[in-house]
Design a protein around this ligand. Structure first.
Ligand code: COA
Length: 253
């Protein structure tokens, strides 16, 4: 896992109109620090996730994401010594994806990697302050470094009813890829899910007819500079042929 420096963000975010109820308005994100999770965070992280997500994660999952040599990219946003947000992601080979996620990349990228966001959450009273944006930006910054060039897409699953998360990801240019009926089992009930994807490092979804048409149009537009040259030469050739044909005909007469 790449090192990440403590990150300070200088945006002034005064003037938020749609704050969460009883939300805390941070005047600046400069006091919010980013750091990787560590084993001491386990209880705090577990309490946060139990509050945010309807899904119960097994205890070993919390051990894994807070472990010092974790395979996960587990980043916390800390404000006044308290974790107020976190993102957990992992990178895996495209070939290891579950069946329902397998069609994310075009065939020519099938031996590339893909990043999966397992969790992203922000403490209720700190929402709409740009904390999730800060965490996602940090992940994307890491995934778009030259060493991570093999990672061609980032994806996640979300409940179809989670409008806040859907609006957040759509704002960040994630696109709806698949509707997953009965994807979740929550307290014994089946719930539908969506899969959202963001393509990075020139990753591309499987090619559709629309993509082929777009590609062909692009080629034609690119070649537009040659058109006058082609027209000039076709014109010249036609003129030559007509002249020769005409003179041949005159000769015959
Ligand atoms: C989704 C979540 C992580 C967003 O965190 P956040 O820190 O509030 O997000 P940001 O402040 O960075 O929001 C950035 C933009 O996303 C959109 N957005 C975020 N929350 C929104 C909401 N509740 N309603 C509408 N748009 C929203 C807005 O466009 C927002 O920009 P704006 O505030 O300038 O209008 C947070 O609501 C959360 O923790 N939800 C519970 C856990 C969860 O469902 N996680 C997702 C699992 S897939």
């Amino acid at each position: 896992m790449a090192n990440i420096n403590w990150y300070q963000h200088g945006n002034n975010i005064n003037g938020y109109s749609a704050m969460e109820e009883k939300g805390i308005i941070l005047c600046s994100l400069a006091d919010v620090q980013l750091r990787f999770l560590c084993p001491e965070d386990l209880d705090e992280v577990r309490a946060l996730c139990q509050d945010w997500f309807p899904i119960e994660y097994p205890f070993y999952w919390y051990e894994e994401i807070t472990s010092s040599n974790s395979r996960f990219y587990s980043l916390a946003a800390v404000y006044k010594h308290q974790i107020i947000g976190l993102i957990v992601a992992e990178i895996k080979p495209h070939s290891c994806l579950n069946e329902e996620d397998a069609g994310i990349l075009a065939k020519n990228f099938r031996d590339c990697d893909i990043a999966y966001i397992l969790s992203l959450g922000v403490l209720k009273e700190y929402r709409r302050n740009g904390i999730a944006t800060l965490l996602l930006d940090s992940l994307l910054k890491n995934l778009t470094t030259p060493e991570r060039g093999k990672v061609k897409a980032v994806f996640l699953h979300v409940l179809t009813t989670n409008s806040a998360a859907i609006m957040f990801y759509e704002k960040r240019k994630f696109r709806l890829h698949t509707f997953l009926p009965y994807y979740y089992s929550i307290k014994g009930k089946c719930k539908d899910g969506f899969m959202y994807v963001l393509y990075i490092n020139e990753g591309h979804p499987p090619w559709s007819i629309y993509d082929y048409i777009k590609f062909m149009c692009g080629r034609v537009i690119k070649g537009a500079g040659f058109f006058p040259w082609i027209l000039f030469n076709v014109n010249k050739a036609l003129g030559w042929m007509l002249r020769n044909h005409g003179s041949l005909n005159e000769d015959h007469h």
